[in-house]
Design a protein around this ligand. Structure first.
Ligand code: SAH
Ligand code: DHB
Ligand code: MG
Length: 228
């Protein structure tokens, strides 16, 4: 309904506050040329992830769902020189494009693209002691986000934020009878989070170049509403 206005405000804000960015522009161009779907986060959302990683001084970041590495570039740039971002991707075509984009952005030493289905990779990461993770961004297939979130909590330390993308879906999340498996996956995740005493969470609705959607933000640690 207000798509044009939302897009214009996103472009106004990013134009003022982000400046031109060769590596990110090149990553999107290469992703498009390789036929990847344009389902990366928006520039403002990407910068928010970057700023949040800096706020928590993240040294170890986990991303689930790499695509062409657009959000990984934003997150990787927040790392100190000895930091590490592990980003999980099931599609070898996507992983190849992402590796090239990350190398072009000068981040290939800090960012590792792990090829494989996240539900198989996450137990391996836990077994090899990849944690504690300082920030997690969950942005892969929505059917499994409840499971991804459980792994993220286990790999985190108290105070680590976990963000989950696309949890509003133009309001479709309200429909408990939805035949859309992504909607059911989001609802399962939110219900699980509501019972999880290890975390505290909320949902932020967003509009912009990606239309009407939203993300969940959770923090690992004692619930704020739990009396000491
Ligand atoms: N975070 C990216 C967008 C990710 S799109 C960005 O903002 O730039 C979602 C990605 O998750 C796709 O590349 C898809 O191939 C990947 N994916 C889907 N199912 C997966 C799975 N089971 N394990 C790992 N990655 C998966
Ligand atoms: C889709 C996935 C995403 O992560 C996103 O941000 C937008 C769309 C999708 O699968 O259609
Ligand atoms: Mg997404």
């Amino acid at each position: 309904m207000h798509d044009d206005l939302w897009t214009a405000v996103d472009q106004f804000a990013a134009g003022l506050l982000h400046g031109r960015d060769e590596a990110l522009d090149a990553a999107l161009r290469a992703s498009d040329e390789a036929g990847l779907p344009a389902i990366h986060v928006s520039p403002c959302h990407g910068k928010m992830l970057h700023l949040l990683a800096r706020v928590v001084q993240a040294r170890r970041i986990l991303e689930i769902g790499t695509l062409g590495g657009y959000s990984a570039i934003w997150l990787g740039r927040a790392l100190p020189p000895d930091g590490r971002l592990i980003t999980l991707e099931a599609d070898p075509r996507h992983a190849k494009v992402a590796r090239a984009n990350l190398a072009r952005a000068g981040l290939d030493r800090l960012v590792e693209v792990r090829l494989g289905r996240a539900l198989e990779t996450l137990p391996l990461l836990a077994a090899e002691g990849a944690g504690p993770i300082d920030l997690t961004f969950i942005d892969a297939d929505k059917e499994h986000i409840a499971d991804y979130f459980e792994w993220a909590v286990r790999l985190s330390r108290p105070g680590s934020p976990i963000l989950v993308d696309n949890v509003v879906r133009e309001g479709a999340v309200l429909d408990g009878e939805s035949a859309d498996s992504a909607v059911q996956g989001v609802r399962r995740f939110l219900e699980q989070a509501s019972r999880d005493r290890r975390i505290s969470a909320t949902v932020i609705q967003t509009v912009g170049v990606k239309k009407y959607d939203g993300f969940a933000l959770a923090v690992v640690g004692q619930r704020a509403e739990t009396p000491p």
